[in-house]
Ligand binder design. Structure first.
Ligand SMILES: Cc1cc2nc3c(=O)[nH]c(=O)nc-3n(C[C@H](O)[C@H](O)[C@H](O)COP(=O)(O)OP(=O)(O)OC[C@H]3O[C@@H](n4cnc5c(N)ncnc54)[C@H](O)[C@@H]3O)c2cc1C
Length: 302
């Protein structure tokens, strides 16, 4: 066995919200062979395989998660220099290939250095894999990762597959990967427009500043609920229900942004579940949960 399998690994520190018990098994995956091996291993142990990226949209149950939790850590990026020359000459886009373990914020900064602009995704924490899975991006009606995607390479049902963007079923915070049984996203090819380094860096700074002013960024997992299909933001409905600032245990609806839940101390998964149910039953419109709540059986609760 090449993959290093660790037993009883704490998951709280692997999530931005710092909530979660332990993974019965945990592994980090650097190669395609590692991925094939971990899928076999989960099957042999008769346990679900739960993929984790940067943990910035996920929390785990408080006890032992009876699953193999695995994280793709490969993060190499390749810029297709031939397409970049054409891009400079003809205004075409440049092809950029990167692995699922790449931290999205690092990718944005590295591309800016190369005069390529991925700045609309500024401020989104976590990995490229997590961003593909949930089609991360600005709010409903904004720019999402799928607008840059050419194709995605992933492992599913013991086969390597490459899906063109059109096959990935992207929508607002949605992708077809969510409907598959334990797909492992490995690599993506993006098409990125040219823009002078200084302009992109100024835009990144502006977007980060805006986020700092309007959103909390420590011990949270970003937006908890999706906007309504008509585009109404969840924070507005939570605010109208006078739930801003309300709490269960150490878990609070953030004062700064009513769609962000904050761990103000030692919040638990149970606190988060109760607060989410309270919000859903108080708000008049049906709210879909955007965060991933993973239960002790490795299944998604919300
Ligand atoms: C302060 C803050 C601000 C945020 N702002 C935004 C925002 O503006 N827009 C937005 O969209 N999100 C936002 N988020 C949420 C979060 O950053 C995104 O959802 C992000 O894309 C999650 O990436 P991750 O790597 O942390 O995924 P994780 O939380 O680790 O995982 C999310 C899902 O992706 C799956 N997954 C991860 N990697 C793989 C893989 N290699 N193969 C298969 N499945 C995989 C996991 O199984 C899980 O279901 C914010 C979060 C924070 C904390």
């Amino acid at each position: 066995m090449m993959v290093k399998l660790q037993e009883n690994v704490p998951l709280g520190p692997k999530t931005t919200m710092r909530i979660g018990g332990q993974a019965r098994w945990y592994a980090e995956l650097s190669t395609q062979e590692d991925i094939e091996e971990i899928v076999r291993c989960a099957e042999e142990k008769n346990l679900p395989l739960v993929m984790l990226g940067g943990g910035s949209n996920t929390i785990f149950a408080d006890g032992v998660i009876e699953a193999v939790v695995a994280k793709v850590v490969a993060g190499e990026t390749e810029i297709d220099t031939a397409s970049q020359s054409r891009s400079n000459a003809l205004g075409e886009e440049t092809r950029v290939t990167t692995h699922a373990g790449k931290i999205l914020a690092s990718l944005i900064h590295e591309l800016a250095e190369k005069n390529l602009d991925l700045s609309p995704l500024t401020g989104i924490l976590g990995t490229v894999g997590g961003a593909i899975f949930g089609n991360a991006g600005q709010g409903a009606g904004g720019i999402w990762l799928d607008s840059f995607i050419q194709d995605v390479v992933f492992y599913h049902e013991k086969q390597w597959k490459t899906w063109k963007k059109e096959q990935c079923g992207f929508g607002y915070r949605e992708s077809a990967f969510k409907t598959l049984q334990a797909p492992v996203i490995w690599k993506v090819t993006l098409n990125v427009s040219a823009r002078p380094r200084e302009e992109t860096q100024t835009e990144i700074e502006r977007l980060l500043q805006k986020r700092i002013e309007t959103q909390p960024h420590i011990k949270t997992a970003g937006s908890c609920f999706k906007s309504l299909p008509d585009g109404t933001p969840a924070w507005k409905l939570i605010d109208q229900a006078r739930l801003r600032g309300c709490a269960h245990g150490d878990l609070q609806v953030a004062e700064k942004h009513a769609n962000f839940l904050l761990n103000t101390g030692k919040a638990t998964f149970t606190d988060a579940q109760i607060l989410v149910e309270e919000i859903r039953s108080t708000v008049t419109e049906p709210l879909d949960v955007e965060m991933r709540f993973v239960g002790e059986d490795g299944k998604v609760v919300f």
